[in-house]
Design a protein around this ligand. Structure first.
Ligand code: LMR
Length: 402
């Protein structure tokens, strides 16, 4: 029955790690997947996560029972508060339906399928061009048609604001618009607050589009949880409907625990109750109910003032380390007099720099310098440290000059 099955290509992001693992070179560097590394190049388990795990282990009242279909209720409330703000009127008015899901991907997938079943507008989602590659797989499998809107301008290495507005204005009324809440992946280019306002006006007033935020980097981009949630909160504050997918992979370093949340903000409490009941019908046949451990860690951290305050300090130090790597890389290229303007390394936000390097240049850097990165020229800044910055700068210089 299966002789016809063809070899599938590796995932464009996770496949880079597969190739990296096969390379025997002692100097290899993985700047592909967005995963934080310490200054020593090691994965980091946050101290607050260790503390929360200790508490969980020593709490003998805990058991391994199934969670409910939408996960831990307390986790859901705390997650909604984290993204919307603890004083959010939408939460007070019970207009938010939240489900614990499997990190960002799972939250987007559940939200996408809910929309495919229940959205009374067109079942089309507009995603920025470019966007995280998985968006193009998640939404069609969920049952939504995927289209793109202009976002990044390679000439300025910044936002194509006019193109973005034009494309949203051309979208059919009621279509869904995927927005990166902060630290756009892969470009590191975010709208200014003024531009967000312009986008919001087109979405709300001109076209009645439906915003779906992908929030994978709250606190990780600027170092401030509130700053990084500004756009989501602005959209929610106008009283309109909003979808928000949250991931705790990056900001709590819980990558493999697969912990995240989908919040759907609607106009009345009664609607939120019915929406939640329908989310259960999406989730139950897909994976029954979510896993406990990661969400229990997050619940401990978000509900203890002590752990929450310590988390913010650790989060800020990760964000600051990444920002300092931007300066080191920029200075290293300047010192080598690498042709081109590299200011965008300093200006882009979050985990990634969208270098502007071509596929051929990236392949050359991998072949000659054992630098692994995605073929679109994206570098995970979180994988850099003072030891490997010179190697990356040499590789980039050589790729540009040769
Ligand atoms: C990335 O873009 O590298 C991360 O979001 C990890 C992933 O799942 O692709």
């Amino acid at each position: 029955y299966f002789a016809h099955v063809e070899q599938a290509p590796e995932d464009p992001i996770l496949g880079i790690t597969v190739a990296f693992n096969k390379d025997p070179s002692p100097v290899k560097v993985n700047l592909g997947v967005g995963a934080y590394r310490t200054e020593d190049g090691k994965p980091l388990v946050l101290d607050v996560v260790r503390q929360a795990e200790q508490q969980l282990i020593s709490d003998e009242s805990r058991n391994k029972e199934y969670l409910g279909i939408t996960g831990i209720t307390h986790f859901n409330r705390l997650s909604a508060q984290l993204i919307l703000g603890s004083d959010s009127p939408a939460i007070a008015e019970k207009r938010v339906a939240t489900a614990q899901c499997l990190s960002g991907t799972g939250s987007l997938r559940v939200g996408g399928e809910f929309l495919a079943r229940h959205h009374s507008g067109p079942k089309i989602i507009y995603v920025p061009s470019p966007t995280w590659g998985n968006h193009f797989k998640i939404f069609p499998f969920a049952g939504l048609e995927t289209k793109t809107y202009r976002y990044y301008d390679p000439k300025t290495k910044g936002l194509d604001y006019e193109g973005l507005l034009e494309d949203l204005r051309a979208a059919p009324k009621g279509a869904v618009v995927l927005l990166h809440a902060c630290a756009h992946n892969p470009t590191g280019v975010d709208p200014s607050q003024e531009q967000w306002e312009g986008i919001r006006r087109v979405i709300r007033e001109e076209k009645q589009l439906l915003p779906f935020f992908d929030s994978a980097y709250q606190g990780f981009a600027s170092g401030s949880l509130d700053t990084d949630a500004w756009a989501v909160r602005r959209f929610v504050s106008d009283g309109g409907e909003v979808f928000a997918a949250q991931s705790y992979a990056k900001n709590m370093g819980l990558y493999g625990e697969r912990v995240g949340a989908l919040s759907i903000i609607v106009k009345e409490a009664g609607i939120a109750t019915r929406v939640e009941s329908q989310l259960k019908l999406v989730i139950r046949p897909m994976y029954s109910s979510p896993p406990t451990h990661g969400a229990a860690i997050v619940t401990r951290i978000l509900s203890s003032k002590k752990l929450f305050d310590e988390w913010k300090v650790e989060l800020k130090s990760m964000a600051d380390r990444i920002i300092s790597m931007r300066h080191e890389l920029f200075e290293a290229l300047k010192a080598r007099q690498t042709p081109g303007n590299w200011e965008h390394i300093l200006n882009q936000i979050g985990m990634f720099t969208f270098t502007g390097l071509s596929r051929e240049q990236v392949e050359y850097m991998t072949r000659e310098f054992h630098i692994y990165m995605t073929l679109d020229g994206r570098i995970s800044m979180a994988g850099l440290n003072s030891q490997n910055v010179p190697q990356l700068a040499d590789a980039m210089h050589s790729a540009v000059v040769d």
